[in-house]
Design a binder for this molecule. Sequence first.
Ligand SMILES: Cc1cc2nc3c(=O)[nH]c(=O)nc-3n(C[C@H](O)[C@H](O)[C@H](O)COP(=O)(O)OP(=O)(O)OC[C@H]3O[C@@H](n4cnc5c(N)ncnc54)[C@H](O)[C@@H]3O)c2cc1C
Length: 499
Amino acid sequence: MSSITTGTASSADVVLIGGGVMSATLGAFLRQLQPDWSISIFERLDNVAEESSDAWNNAGTGHSALCELNYTPQQADGHVDISKAVVVNEAFQVSRQFWSYLAETGIVANPRDFITPVPHMSFVWGEANTEFLRKRYEALSQHPLFEGMEYSEDPAQLAQWMPLVMKARKPGQKLAVTRSLNGTDVNFGALTRLLFGYLASTPACTLHTRHEVLDLKKEPDGLWHVKVQDLRQNTQRTVKAKFVFVGGGGGALPLLQKSGIPEARGVGGFPVSGQFLRCKNPDIISQHHAKVYGKASVGAPPMSVPHLDTRVINGQRALLFGPYAGFSTRFLKQGSLMDLPKSINGGNLGAMLAVAKDNWPLTRYLIQQVMQSNDERMNALRDFVPDAKPEDWELVTAGQRVQVIKKDAKKGGVLQFGTEVVASKDGSIAALLGASPGASTAAPIMLTVLEKCFGSKLAEWEPKLKAMVPSYGQKLSDNLDLCKTLRDKTTQTLKLQDL
Ligand SMILES: Cc1cc2nc3c(=O)[nH]c(=O)nc-3n(C[C@H](O)[C@H](O)[C@H](O)COP(=O)(O)OP(=O)(O)OC[C@H]3O[C@@H](n4cnc5c(N)ncnc54)[C@H](O)[C@@H]3O)c2cc1C
């Protein structure tokens, strides 16, 4: 494959649309697997990582199901199902392996620039929730992926683990907490910038910021013709590509619809925006060092579980609480109010209406969240920080998520909360839709893109894939020795041993 650039028209082997963590991760994989392929990256904003991947646009949790209660639902018979938690944790181990490879090979000089060990805790109150957490702990702590998890109901122990949460708390409340020291905070914005910095330094890779992809079509020449607007010069050009990845975050759905591939038919999107309270008081920030996740309220989407999070951004400790959900018809934080209306078409209208009809608890939850006053937001925070004062906290707007709506033979349409790779049958285009568990699982999700789109190359690539992700092709939960070896190794390489 080769790269040709002639005047305003150009062609590339690979076009990556969007400068977020997903395009960055896929680009880094492809650069390692196929150094001779030309890669062109287009980002509509001034810089990469300014939408969901930026540090303050997400919560920076290295999602590995250590603390997120939504991955361990309680079944009707009372037992706690940990199967989803195992999948999420395994996926995060894949990301850890890839990031370790980046550190070992010097692509990332210091992993602590983007990943920091931060204990992950689940925190509940009341008899029923305590009973649930204890059962969850009993089920998880026996699994090697969750080794080292601790459980306590003892207020003195809890005060040691999370002093800010226990300070000024009324005595006599039934509380329970699990703690895992294997948790992390990840600055996905920093990771994205590091990866694009690396990509841009390699031959035959060009990163174009302030370039918006307007349209894309597969033409009879077998190539994707990608129409790009240079927002600085106000000019347009067409870039021909053998493979296109639509990594536009919330902007991926409209582009996927424009691609006209049959796999995109009937797919719709529902935007959910988020806000955090960010602590302004360094004294309070210094009193907390954990990601403490609670239980979601009834009707809340799974990613809206309240949590009090230590963040580490550019070497500085910070503290956030949230998220508070919101509603906007924008698909990107810096998108257009017309994004949602323009995405509705004859193909997805039925599914969208069916979802609206079937998801009344979610609608009610969103209305309640949008109507929330500052006092109500502070009261939600006080469940975690009982003596929180408004003057110590400021409201910040986080990124936009676009949940996927798909046709469903029985229900007409279903709302999905996971992440989904949509690829054409011939593997020449793939898009990433959805948001959760999100950036944490960028590496396994991009491996899925490689598998769906480059099936004929996988045998040739296998040794390199195994060098980047030693567990590639295996399930860690089926190979417990490998699981332990790799977790210990990545802990060392990513410098996660010192809390
Ligand atoms: C409130 C919130 C909290 C979250 N918390 C976590 C968390 O704790 N842990 C976690 O792992 N994940 C979390 N996530 C999810 C995570 O942030 C996302 O999954 C991830 O950042 C998505 O990366 P991306 O590359 O797909 O999208 P983005 O980072 O949004 O990047 C997409 C890029 O594409 C560009 N673009 C869009 N359309 C075009 C176009 N037509 N032409 C050119 N460029 C275009 C955009 O400008 C943007 O830069 C959270 C998300 C939100 C919103």
